[in-house]
Design a protein around this ligand. Structure first.
Ligand code: G3H
Ligand code: 13P
Ligand code: ZN
Length: 305
């Protein structure tokens, strides 16, 4: 069933588990995410970035919303990193039940003003809103305290931001970053900062850039001819700890892309004469589904729907 993001996330924060927001760009990703959620009896958020909306167009948004309605578990269809009021309106018109407005690169007052505007529009049509405060940047452990403070989410500001904007859930910057290169070794995550934010902000908190970039997946991608540097992701134990401290929504894109592409490469390498897309998109879709399921297990959302 299609529900708002807040309905899913409020329960998750109250009960201490996390819900995955998985980025989709095409039908195969969408099917993989929804099938995994149904098989795991897990609530889920299907995330479409502006790039995904542009690439998939009406075909993808229509499919996402309609399949979410038919799903046997709670599903929110979410706009990821909405950059403008106009972009949010497009998602609302397409029937999304959750939108993110990301003005985190603006100064505090502008971020508040622009977020507030989106909250008014979204709430008027019963849709809930994610906002972001702080910069998503990989932080090396040895970085000076004042440098960390300048980038990462300030707990007191977070409290004020949520009160002034009326946003429903908040993306925090605690050291994670997007993509396959999140810092050397085991990337630094500022759990004490998260604890301070969570003590002041009762709303569900969101972790972007949370992919694990599993070494075995990186190796598989490489072995199949893919080129990738020293890829690193967020350690599963660091995710668990973050959920225990108040993270309710965990975004994953990179792990799914890696799995999908590794399987396409492997399949085509093994069968160079193959040109039926179903023969290589099918196994790739299965691989995405397996990653989604294992993320749901890690987040503790299995059996919660
Ligand atoms: O945070 C960004 C997501 O990974 C989506 O990426 O803008 O390339 O679709 P994208
Ligand atoms: P990853 O690149 O770590 O998968 O993060 C995705 C994300 O935060 C989407 O908003
Ligand atoms: Zn993100």
């Amino acid at each position: 069933m299609l529900v708002t993001g807040l309905e899913i996330l409020k329960k998750a924060r109250a009960e201490g588990y996390g819900v995955g927001a998985f980025n989709v760009n095409n039908m195969e990703f969408l099917q993989a995410v929804l099938e995994a959620a149904e098989e795991a009896r897990s609530p889920v958020m299907v995330a479409l970035s502006e790039g995904a909306m542009k690439y998939g167009g009406r075909a993808l948004t229509l499919l996402a919303v309609e399949l979410a309605k038919e799903a046997r578990v709670p599903v929110a269809v979410h706009l990821d990193h909405g950059s403008s009021y106009e972009s949010v309106l497009k998602a609302l018109r397409a029937g999304f039940t959750s939108v993110m407005i990301d003005k985190s690169h603006e100064d505090f007052a502008t971020n508040v003003r622009e977020t507030r505007r989106v909250v008014e529009a979204a709430h008027a049509v019963g849709v809930t809103v994610e906002a972001e405060l702080g910069r998503l940047a990989g932080i090396e452990e040895h970085v000076a305290v004042d440098e960390k403070d300048a980038l990462l989410t300030n707990p007191e500001e977070a409290k004020r931001f949520m009160e002034e904007t009326g946003a429903d859930y908040l993306a925090v910057a605690i050291g994670t970053s997007h993509g396959a290169y999140k810092g050397k070794g085991r990337p630094f995550i500022d759990h004490p900062r998260l604890e301070r934010i969570a003590a002041l902000v009762p709303a569900p908190l969101v972790l972007h850039g949370a992919s694990a970039v599993p070494p075995e997946l990186v190796e598989r991608f490489r072995a199949a001819g893919g080129e990738i540097g020293e890829a690193t992701g967020i350690h599963p134990e660091d995710i668990k700890k973050a959920i225990a401290l108040g993270i309710a929504k965990i975004n994953t894109d990179t792990d799914l892309r890696l799995a999908f592409t590794a399987l396409i490469r492997e399949t085509l390498n093994k069968a160079p004469k193959e040109f039926d897309p179903r023969k290589y998109l099918g196994p790739a879709r299965e691989a995405v589904k397996e990653v989604v399921k294992s993320r749901m297990e890690l987040f503790g959302s299995v059996g919660k729907a």
